[in-house]
Design a protein around this ligand. Structure first.
Ligand code: PAZ
Length: 360
């Protein structure tokens, strides 16, 4: 652990040595292990989709916590498209955030009860009234229900939940290590909004923080950058896609490049908070030119002495923008007929992952 003028920095190792795991970790991971074994036997690729926001509790007996805006739309929607593409999905999501299939009937945008109608009993007296699905809702519901039932029958979706940033990090490490057994067939789609700051257990108040002493000052530490050990140690052969959210669009590409350079994973998908449903940018390293026949690379080349990873040369990277038309406000977003950008994101990733496996 290093303490500087700007705060305390935990390495991933120090973090896991000092912050306790979630109580059900062993049990949850056994479920994941069994799921992966079944999918490996069936020869399927497996994607870990993380989705929704993490919380940062402020007290051990937690009353208050820091949260973020993510509803889990990106993750839940993408999971459906991965399933459609033949992947098995481990869906690791914030408790009570959106989930594949049921997301179409979220209580706030498309309440389930609005789908149902009461039909008076047919003979008018003896039998109770019947419940049926409103006629205009049937086509959409049938489509969602058919996909949902077939995924259940195939056993290709495994769901696991987190609440705090601690839960998230412990689960991510454990699942990555499990998925490492299928090597390049594992894809990681890290769409969850993970807090950059946390309050270590050792600094937390046991009981509810009391008011009456004026303003509240809490100093949080930085969450360790876990992509580095994920790439280097936990799952070195996996195809790892991280997301970067910014509110200043000009920062998207530079920050994505720095992340790729620092952590060495395969793709960063940049998205602007207000445009994320219609526009994303894929940032990746340019493929290296093919080596002459017979030449082998023995080790990763050492970077030049003046190389600054915080400021990598721009010609190392390639950016691909994906855009879909913005639907007019008159179109209700509760119908399945609207184009979702996740369809194109997933199609592009499946293409890249397939190439990556073929190269092996
Ligand atoms: O959950 P949602 O669909 O509302 O939002 C998705 C998102 C913006 C959280 C995701 O696309 C993303 O960028 N996740 C990473 C956020 C980050 O930079 O930590």
């Amino acid at each position: 652990m290093s303490t500087t003028e700007t705060g305390t920095f935990f390495s991933a190792e120090e973090y896991f040595a000092t912050q306790p795991p979630p109580a059900d970790l062993e049990h949850d991971i056994q479920g994941v292990r069994d799921f992966i074994a079944r999918q490996a036997k069936a020869g399927r690729n497996v994607v870990l989709v993380t989705s929704g926001g993490t919380t940062v509790p402020l007290e051990l007996n937690v009353v208050r916590f820091l949260d973020n805006f993510s509803a889990g739309t990106r993750g839940a929607t993408s999971a459906e498209y991965f399933l459609q593409a033949g992947y098995a999905v481990i869906f690791m999501h914030r408790q009570f955030s959106l989930q594949p299939f049921s997301r179409h009937y979220s209580h706030s945008t498309n309440p389930f009860l609005d789908f149902l109608e009461i039909e008076p009993s047919r003979d008018g007296t003896t039998s109770p009234p019947e419940i049926c699905v409103a006629h205009e809702k049937r086509a959409d519901l049938l489509q969602v229900l058919t996909a949902y039932k077939s995924v259940h029958a195939a056993g290709t979706l495994h769901t696991i939940t987190f609440v705090t940033v601690d839960d998230y990090l412990w689960l991510l490490r454990a699942i990555s290590k499990e998925l490492a057994v299928i090597g390049r067939k594992a894809l990681y789609y890290l769409a969850a909004a993970v807090s950059d700051f946390f309050l270590p257990r050792q600094k937390m108040s046991i009981h509810k923080i009391q008011s009456g002493k004026g303003s509240l000052h809490i100093e949080m530490d930085q969450v360790p950058k876990i992509l580095k050990p994920m790439v280097d140690e936990w799952t070195p052969d996996g195809f790892i896609v991280s997301f970067k959210l910014e509110t200043d669009g000009d920062l998207l590409i530079p920050k994505a490049r720095v992340a790729l350079e620092r952590y060495g994973h395969q793709v960063v998908i940049g998205n602007d908070l207000h445009r994320r449903k219609f526009e994303v940018v894929f940032v990746s390293r340019k493929p290296l030119p093919p080596l002459p026949p017979g030449v082998k690379v023995e080790a990763t080349p050492t970077p030049a002495a003046d190389y600054d990873p915080e400021n990598p040369p721009p010609d190392t990277f390639v950016e691909t923008w994906l855009r879909i038309p913005i639907p007019p406000p008159s179109v209700p977003h509760t119908t399945n007929q609207i184009k979702e950008i996740e369809e194109d994101i997933v199609a592009e990733l499946v293409r890249r992952h397939t190439q990556w496996m073929e190269k092996a």
